[in-house]
Design a protein around this ligand. Structure first.
Ligand code: ATP
Ligand code: MG
Length: 577
């Protein structure tokens, strides 16, 4: 960039320029125009909204509603920056229930397009306004029923640099359809009609129930694979639908999050929902998720993103926990609904050694039915030697290790068990000796975000202790020289990436001791996953190591690693007692 030779004078920008700058943040592409106009229609109480776009919205976007409309005076004022009817003072932002509150969408859109607005409040005459590139051209009378129609032509006609960034018609159309779908899901009482180049793409009648609206927008086939979620904890209510584990696929999923009725994006909350599946899905599967969160209005800040696509929660960690347990509870009901054989009572499967740890009794996450703590068992751990485990072991669904004892049948979750094992051994290494690592012939480089880079710097010493020797590599890259080797199928790059992401966003934030927190993060990410086939020797080694830990029956999240179906229970069921 050329240096400035003369000292520039400070000056206030003309409104038109300021609007264009604001437009850079609010109006990124035609889909943003669609979103802003539909939100305005919803804020005006529309019962029916008709949207049509041409050429992905690059040529034309029109949104017509039957809402409250505007008087002529208000219509002219609405085009001024910071003109809004929705809030009056800063405090009104807390718990604001309208989509809009900044008073900048209309002037921003009008500054970068050929814009016209027709509106009637059903009382005086209707008004038609025309604006070109931010300049008000005409204010006329017209005839119209109550409501508002806004037409936006030739988006970015006066900002060619931005026009160049527009994508193909197909991809702009997709983004616009998504924008409408999101708002249609959040407003099942309002009717939506979306036409793309004269083709009807979405037709959602007014007055639908939430479930019906979801079917209309996502399609019956997808919705048929969902199960309901309903959960309240720590000041959060989480309701909605998630996909059955067996229907989750690596691609093609849909997600939607709402907070107090407002759609928002948050990949980390989606990850928290995925964490709720834990070992129930294969590592690469991406389940569809629709979650509506209700929280006290002062717990969420909606004014943190120029296009309001993101929000900020005060108790972020609590919310992630709530989402994760909501999903797990929903899926837990599935297990309860598909018992071993016939009708299974909740106490049939008892977390093994529940009596060992009083602190976890009553936790709703330990048993498959959410009713653990109702019974305790004193179980003898089998005698193990480093060489062997006294019972034959076999693997179920490449996920559970099963064996028989004199008392019954024991089922162990291989991921949870390995997590417990790694957690304890890594914690010992963090406190003392170095973990064995292997030097890479071809060092790995990773590109990270700023937060992740910071997390690497903060935990560099600990990473080295568990076996990851990581150095900065210029810019936002790091180079990895050595990696640990906790098991044969270990994917070092992926593990490091996931750990760094977890550390950067404070997942595992509940651990008071930073070393323990780090160890839990490593254990969770490095452990064998569900769906990995283990041979007999590996299973034996895992069980031997698990029983050598201080707390075999519990993983690092406070959930059970093993369950026991007692012999007594089997005998009762088969009428032998
Ligand atoms: N479809 C509509 N029906 C009735 N009034 C409307 C409509 N669209 C806009 N308005 C009025 O124009 C004002 C300005 O709209 P604009 O979208 O610029 O700002 P906002 O919605 O208040 O805030 P934000 O910039 O956050 O969207 C609104 O506050 C509203 O009073
Ligand atoms: Mg608005």
């Amino acid at each position: 960039m050329a240096a400035v030779t003369e000292r520039p004078r400070v000056a206030i920008l003309p409104d038109a320029v300021a609007d264009q700058i604001a437009a850079g943040e609010v109006v990124e592409r035609p889909a943003s125009v669609v979103k802003e106009l539909v939100e305005n229609a919803l804020d005006a109480g529309a019962r029916h909204i008709r949207i049509s776009i041409e050429n992905g919205g690059k040529t034309r976007v029109e949104v017509a509603d039957d809402g409250l409309g505007m008087s002529r005076e208000d219509a002219v004022l609405a085009l001024d920056r910071h003109a809004t009817s929705k809030i009056r003072q800063a405090q009104d932002l807390v718990g604001v229930t309208t989509y809009g509150f900044r008073g900048e969408a209309l002037p921003a859109v009008a500054s970068v397009s050929r814009f016209s607005l027709m509106t009637s409040d059903g009382e005086g005459e209707a008004t038609a306004l025309t604006v070109t590139g931010g300049r008000l051209e005409r204010v006329e009378r017209t005839a119209r029923q109550r409501g508002t129609t806004v037409e936006v032509r030739n988006l970015f006609f006066n900002t060619p640099a931005r026009r160049k960034f527009l994508r193909s018609t197909a991809s702009e159309t997709r983004a616009a359809v998504d924008a409408v779908a999101t708002l249609a899901l959040a407003n099942p009482a309002t009717g939506f009609e979306l036409h793309c180049d004269e083709r009807l793409r979405l037709h959602a009648p007014p007055g639908q129930s939430g479930g019906d609206r979801l079917s209309t927008v996502w399609g019956h086939d997808l919705v048929a694979t969902l199960v309901p979620v309903r959960h309240a904890t720590g000041g959060f209510r989480v309701e909605g639908f998630v996909q059955r584990p067996s229907d989750a696929r690596p691609t093609g999923r849909r997600t939607q999050l709402l907070v107090n009725g407002r759609p928002f994006r948050d990949p980390f909350l989606i990850r928290a929902a995925e964490a709720g599946y834990r070992s129930a899905i294969n590592p690469g599967d991406r389940p569809s998720v629709y979650l509506a969160i209700e929280v006290a209005k002062d717990e969420v800040d909606v004014n943190v993103h120029p296009a309001k696509l993101e929000v900020r929660f005060r108790d972020r960690f609590g919310l992630e926990q709530a989402v994760e347990s909501a999903v797990r509870t929903a899926l837990g009901h599935l297990v309860a609904a598909a018992p071993l054989v016939g009708q299974t009572a909740p106490s049939d499967l008892i977390p093994w050694g529940e009596s060992l740890s009083g602190s976890l009794a009553g936790s709703s996450m330990t048993g498959p039915s959410g009713q653990s703590g109702s019974a305790t068992l004193d179980v003898q751990f089998p005698e193990v030697t480093p060489a062997g485990f006294p019972y034959p072991l076999f693997q179920l669904f490449d996920t559970y290790i099963v064996y028989q004892t004199p008392e019954g049948l024991v089922i162990t979750d291989q991921h949870s068990a390995h997590e417990r094992v790694l957690y304890e051994s890594i914690l010992a290494q963090l406190r003392g000796s170095l973990a064995p690592a292997q030097r890479l012939l071809l060092p790995l480089t990773l590109d990270l975000s700023d937060e992740e880079l910071e997390a690497v710097e903060q935990h560099r010493e600990r990473l080295a202790r568990v076996g990851f020797e990581v150095d900065p590599f210029g810019g936002r890259s790091v180079v990895v020289h050595t990696v640990p080797n906790p098991h044969p199928r270990f994917d070092a790059g992926r593990c490091l990436r996931e750990m760094v992401a977890d550390l950067a966003r404070g997942r595992f934030g509940g651990w008071a001791d930073p070393l323990e927190r780090f160890a839990a993060t490593f254990a969770c990410r490095a452990a064998v996953k569900a769906g990995e086939r283990l041979d007999e020797r590996e299973m034996r080694e895992l069980m031997v190591r698990l029983l050598a830990t201080t707390l075999p029956p519990h993983d690092v999240h406070g959930r059970a690693t093993m369950l026991q179906l007692t012999r007594e229970e089997l005998e009762r069921r088969f009428g032998r007692r």
